[in-house]
Ligand binder design. Structure first.
Ligand SMILES: [Mn+2]
Length: 353
């Protein structure tokens, strides 16, 4: 299967279009996003793949998207995770289920069964496909690409001859945002969290519009990254672009202004976690790592035995003003990791309420 075998052409000029992706089993966040942008029947919504798995509510997610698509102004492209109904016999399935929450867990729960109740993976596949056929039907024939007057919407990426892109590449290419292309239309991709494309050491989840390539990366790392968010790209009727996002982290008031001064931040993203950790204290530990200069790492992020980071990490500190509200990602000894305008960083604990 190639893009040319299953794609959709759509006219969106003179309409406002909202684009999101990687909702991953969080219908509540999609609903919150649509409320935030005041989505109406006058608008178009494009969901650029991956509504299933990782988050807690894939079954409700599919039902919600089915209802939205029935309105006539909502469209969706296929994502790699939306293919799980076709992968129920694959050897990797049970391993995948060990480290990711999947719709298979949800379906088994609804049936009151476990994997051990099936004599073979083939038997499990057959029953799930029969009993949940209505869910499979919503995602099984989704287009690999939506093309409009000015845009190509695809879950992960396209080849130069975009119609010839294989389904596998369209759904799985990880670094498309970094690859120059000659296409005249702007390519909008999800799949690979935008935070992985670190610029000037800053770790942030907002939509990235490439300054040179005609590419926009919209995956906010929702349900995948510890500080992730659900992003929304808004293409106004006149073509102007805006970005927005929603998440559900605890909001906390700043009670004391804080300014860390000049910084040269470092950020590490998966799988770039190898470090050499030196002596530290309960707060920070000096670390060195291949391509980075030495930097201070919050001690709780370090697996000393493996000499690896436990998660994505940034040593950036936020400037905050008393009276403002910030999202709390996680509280650590003496410092709190927060998110402000989609950017992740620390503040000392005493500056927050
Ligand atoms: Mn994906």
């Amino acid at each position: 299967m190639r893009i040319k075998d299953n794609y959709l052409k759509l006219n969106i000029r003179n309409k406002r279009t909202i684009v999101t992706s990687d909702v991953h089993g969080r219908p509540d966040l999609l609903e919150q996003l649509l409320k935030k942008v005041d989505f109406s029947h006058e608008d178009i919504l494009i969901i650029n793949g991956d509504i299933i798995d990782k988050g807690p509510d894939s079954i409700q997610m599919i039902t919600y998207v089915e209802r939205l698509m029935a309105q006539g102004n909502v469209y969706m492209t296929l994502g790699n995770c939306d293919k799980i109904f076709d992968e129920l016999e694959e050897a990797f399935l049970y391993d995948y289920m060990e480290y990711r929450y999947t719709i298979v867990h949800e379906m088994l729960k609804q049936l009151g069964k476990t994997r051990d109740d099936y004599s073979s993976q083939g038997e499990l596949a057959k029953e799930l496909r029969t009993k949940f056929e209505h869910l499979h039907n919503v995602v099984k024939d989704l287009p690999l690409m939506i093309e409009t007057e000015d845009y190509i919407f695809v879950h992960a990426g396209v080849d130069e001859d975009y119609m010839e892109t294989t389904e596998r590449d369209a759904l799985n290419m990880p670094f498309f945002y970094n690859q120059p292309h000659q296409l005249e239309k702007t390519v909008v991709v999800g799949h690979f969290p935008a935070c992985n494309f670190v610029e000037q050491g800053v770790y942030q989840h907002n939509i990235k519009i490439h300054p040179n390539h005609n590419t926009i990366a919209i995956d906010g790392g929702n349900q995948v990254k510890t500080s992730g968010q659900l992003n929304g790209l808004i293409i106004e009727a006149d073509g102007t672009l805006h970005t927005t996002f929603v998440d559900d982290y605890e909001q906390c008031m700043v009670i004391q202004s804080f300014d860390p001064g000049l910084q040269m931040p470092h950020s590490f993203t998966y799988p770039d976690y190898n470090i050499t950790a030196f002596e530290g204290d309960e707060y920070f530990t000096y670390c060195e790592c291949g391509e980075h200069d030495g930097c201070m790492v919050k001690t709780e992020f370090i697996d000393f035995e493996a000499q690896r980071l436990k998660d994505d990490y940034t040593d950036y500190f936020h400037t905050v003003e008393a009276g403002a509200f910030v999202s709390v990602i996680q509280r650590y000894t003496g410092y709190v990791q927060i998110k402000k305008n989609g950017i992740v960083g620390f503040v000392p604990e005493e500056v927050l309420e």
